[in-house]
Design a protein around this ligand. Structure first.
Ligand code: NAD
Length: 349
């Protein structure tokens, strides 16, 4: 039987814990210590030496497991343990009436994810999923200009990190772009194709998928964790503009029609001739404007955790809900299944 959801009253500080203080969890813990009105009551890691290292560094209590006593003292928790453990660790917190931010992917399976959403609903706690790119200033800079997208391309390429290899690159990296594009397109996926390959790990290290949405938009997503260099880009083609985002360079560019542009009055063939004769780009310079987007310098993790804590304190729906996290896993699972079918056909299983 779940405890009643625990939320701070009035100006009471919001008390939090972080479960799992590996490479990402240590940053959750650090950010909590930097936020006003927030008290980090403790860090938990099943590796006692790691728990101690981070606890001592931040000057907070540390634990090798979630204790009843710690659970009874906090309002909210970040779950930053390896993905296969999210469901179990989050369940312990939710059953104690604690709101949770569960890192992405929320769980490894749709069944576990659905169970977690139902549990959080029944307990009345806030469940947010760590799809951090929703808080990335590069993505946010493009938001006001995304209208009725027709085609989106996403590339997310990373050197091999030896981490998260228990989950495929689809759940590990591609899920970021799945979540962003589901949010931008806001229409059901009606068709999906995918290919992929294992290179260094037991799960897929490379994947490429094409999603077709009911409203006609197409999304091409590509993810790799066996590249030489990092690259994260998104290109969004809408009816009235083209947006090009580079997450690593932290830049965004928008190309749009100049005021008064009327496609029906332009003879494209005439323009092609002009280009050939002049060796310039008359169509571009005459009809299109190009502008750099203003990209804020906010730390995405800080914005994400502030937004989570605001939702907890005010008992409001978070920006990235459990349902969003579940939707992303559902699409990721369908992509993995398509890859499996393709590999089976090629006899590569
Ligand atoms: N949002 C993002 O951009 C992003 C980036 C990186 C990782 N992640 C996600 O964050 C999670 C953690 O990633 P990581 O790379 O830090 O993982 P990691 O495996 O390197 O570290 C996880 C830590 O959790 C500890 N741990 C394991 N089981 C535990 C348990 N039951 N209770 C308490 N502690 C436990 C481990 O000892 C380790 O210190 C994963 O789900 C990953 O997908 C998200």
């Amino acid at each position: 039987m779940a405890a009643t959801a625990r939320r701070p009253e009035g100006n009471e500080p919001l008390k939090v814990l972080v479960a799992g203080v590996g490479p990402l969890g240590k940053n959750h813990a650090r950010v909590y210590t930097e936020l006003e009105g927030v008290v980090l009551e403790g860090v938990v890691d099943s590796d006692p030496a790691r728990a101690r290292e981070i606890g001592e560094k931040l000057g907070v209590p540390y634990f090798a497991e979630l204790t009843r006593e710690l659970l009874s003292r906090v309002h909210a928790a970040s779950i930053v343990t390896p993905t296969p453990t999210h469901a179990d660790v989050a369940r312990q917190c939710i059953e104690a009436g604690i709101s949770v931010l569960v890192e992405k992917p929320m769980t490894t399976t749709v069944k576990e994810g659905r169970g977690l959403c139902e549990l959080a609903d029944a307990a009345g706690v806030t469940l947010q999923v760590g799809h951090i790119e929703r808080f990335n200033p590069v993505v946010l800079s493009a938001h006001p200009f995304v209208r009725d997208p027709v085609y989106i391309e996403c590339d997310r390429i990373h050197p091999f990190s030896f981490r998260s290899v228990e989950t495929s690159v689809v759940l590990d990296l591609m899920i970021h772009d799945i979540d962003i594009t589901l949010n931008l397109v806001d229409s059901p996926v009606v068709h999906l194709e995918a290919v992929g390959a294992k290179v260094l790990s037991e799960t897929d290290d490379l994947a490429s998928a094409r999603l077709t949405f009911e409203n006609g938009c197409t999304v091409m997503v590509k993810a790799s964790r066996v590249a030489i260099q990092k690259s994260r880009k998104m290109r969004i083609f809408s009816r009235d503009s083209y947006l090009s985002l580079d997450y690593i360079a932290k830049t965004g560019m928008r190309m749009g029609f100049k005021e008064g542009f009327d496609r029906s009055k332009i003879d494209i063939r005439e323009m092609a001739k002009l280009e050939e004769d002049q060796g310039s780009y008359p169509l571009f310079t005459k009809y299109f404007s190009i502008e750099q987007l203003h990209v804020a310098s906010d730390e995405p993790l800080k914005s994400e955790l502030q937004s989570f804590l605001h939702a907890v304190r005010a008992d409001r729906t978070p920006v990235v809900t459990g349902a969003h996290g579940l939707q992303a896993i559902e699409i990721a699972t369908r992509i993995q299944e398509k890859i499996r079918q393709q590999q089976e056909k090629l006899g590569r299983l």
